[in-house]
Write a protein that binds this ligand. Sequence first.
Ligand code: MG
Length: 543
Amino acid sequence: MLDLWYKNAVIYCIDVETFQDGNDDGVGDFAGLIERLDYLEALEVTCIWLTPFYPTPNRDNGYDITDFYAVDPRLGTLGDFVNFARAARHRGMRVIVDLVVNHTSVDHPWFQAARSDPNSPYRDWYVWSKEKPEDAEDGVVFPGVQDSTWTWDEQAGAYYFHRFYEHQADLNIANPAVTEEIQKIMGFWLELGVVGFRLDAVPFLIEYTGLDSHPEGDPHEYLTELRRFLSWRKAEAVLLAEANIPMEMADEYFGRDDRMTMVFHFMLNQHLFLALARGDGRPVVDMLRNTPEIPKTGQWAHFLRNHDELDLGRLSDADREEVFQAFGPDPDMQIYHRGIRRRLAPMLDGDTRRIAMAFSLMFTLPGTPVLWYGDEIGMGDDLTQTERNSVRTPMQWNGRRNAGFSTAPAERLIRPVIADGPFGFLGLNVEEQLDRPESLFEQVRRMVRERRSHAEIGWMPYEIVDAREPAVVALSRRSKDGQILTLHNLANRAVEVRLDVPEGPVRVHRLLADGESDLHGLEQGTARLAPYGHAWIKLEPRG
Ligand code: MG
C-alpha cells in the first residue's frame, strides 16, 4: 500500500491566537499551544492545520500578512514555532500551515516599495491600472463590506487590484520573481518541519485578472508547478486547496495526480447543510453521485464548519433560503449575501444527538475529515463580534477564569470568551466533557479512533446503499475481510431501514452507534435508527 498518510488522517484546525495563551498577555501563542498538545493527543487527531500565524496588522484574522518568513511576535518566535513542530511530531502529529500567497497586506514592505517607486523591482509584484477598470465592482468576495476590487493608491498614482479587502493587494503570479518567492516561502516552512500547506483562495491565486500580459496556456498549470516543487522538497508533503469549485472543475484542480493532493469539498458541505435543514439524506446522496472520480492519490477533504462563514453560494436561491431559514434566520446571522456566520452546535440547537450524527456522517464521507477547534465540544458563537470573528472565540477549556484560555484581565483578551447562555464556558468546556462517556467530546473521540482503525473508509471505493428510507445516508466499503456499513438518520424521527445483506451467514460487529438505535435485525438486513441516529457496522462472513 502506498504511504498516503493523508488518506487516513484526521485534521484539526487551530487558530493559535485563540487556542491557549501561554504568557498571560491575553493572546493565544505557541507556548500555550505546546501545553495543549496533550489534549490533541487525547482526541487522537493526526494532523494539525494552523491558520496564519505570521506578522500581520490583523485586519483579516492574519490573512493579511506583512512577512512570510516570521511568526507574529504576539504569538511567539520562530524558535517557539520549531519547538511546537517538534513536539507535535514527537506525538505523531503532522503539521500543515496556511499558505496565503494570493495577496499580501498593503503594509507588507513589498507593497510599500511598489507603491512608492514606479521603478522599484517590486512594482510588478502587484497588479496595477492607470484607469479604473469597468468591471471593478464585479467579483468582490465580501459583498456588503467591500465595494470594489480596484482601489486608487494616491502614492502610486494608480489603481491596484485586490480580490479581497482593499488592505490585501493581490500578488502578480505572472511575474516569475513572485512565483520564485512563493517557492522560497514553501521551502522555508518545509525545512521547519511542516508537511504541507492549506493553500488559501486557490481559484484567485491562479487568475490573471487585471494583467496586461501573462503566460499563455491554462493557468491551472501553475498548480502542477507548485506540486512539483513541493514533492521535490518533501515527498510526503501535501497541498490542501481552499477552492469552492463546481464539480466540472475538479479535474483542473486534481490534475493527473500532479496538482492538488486534497481539495475541500465545498459543494458537498453546502448540500450536507441542506440535508440537515430538511432532515433528508438525499441532498448528500445526490451530491456524492455528482462528485466525479478523482486521481488515485487525490482526496477530498470534508468539514462541517471552518473558520469562515458557512458558504452557501453554490446552492440554488431556494435551497439557500431553506438553509437560512433553518440555521440562520436573523439577518445578523447571515453574511456576504451567501453564508451563515454561526458555529455548528448553535445551528443544531445544541442537540448533542444531532451534532454527533453530523460529525459521524462527516467522518464517514469518502475523504479526509477536518475539524474546526471547539466544534468537538459543541462551542457556540458570538454574533456581537464583527463578520467571521463570531466563530473565532477563545477555546473553552474549563469553568475557571476566562475559560482557562488566559489569566489576563478579561478586557485584554484577544476576543471575549463566551460566558452567557447555553454555550457559556461555565457549563460548556473541555474539562466537563472529558471522560463523560456520552459527552460530545467523548463521542467525537470514539469516531476519530474508529475512523483511524478502519483505513478503508478513507481509502477504498464506496457504494451508496439503498436503505429504503430517504432520511438515511447509507454507505458501504468493502475490504478483503468484510464490509463496513455506515448509517445516518438525518431526520428527527425513528426510521426503519432495510438493506440487502451479503449472501450467506454474516457476523455483525457494532463499531460505533448512538445509544438508542436498534441494530439487532441487521443479520437479516433490518435496523431501526433512532431520531438523528447513527451507526458504523462491520459485516464479516461467518465461518
Ligand atoms: Mg500570549
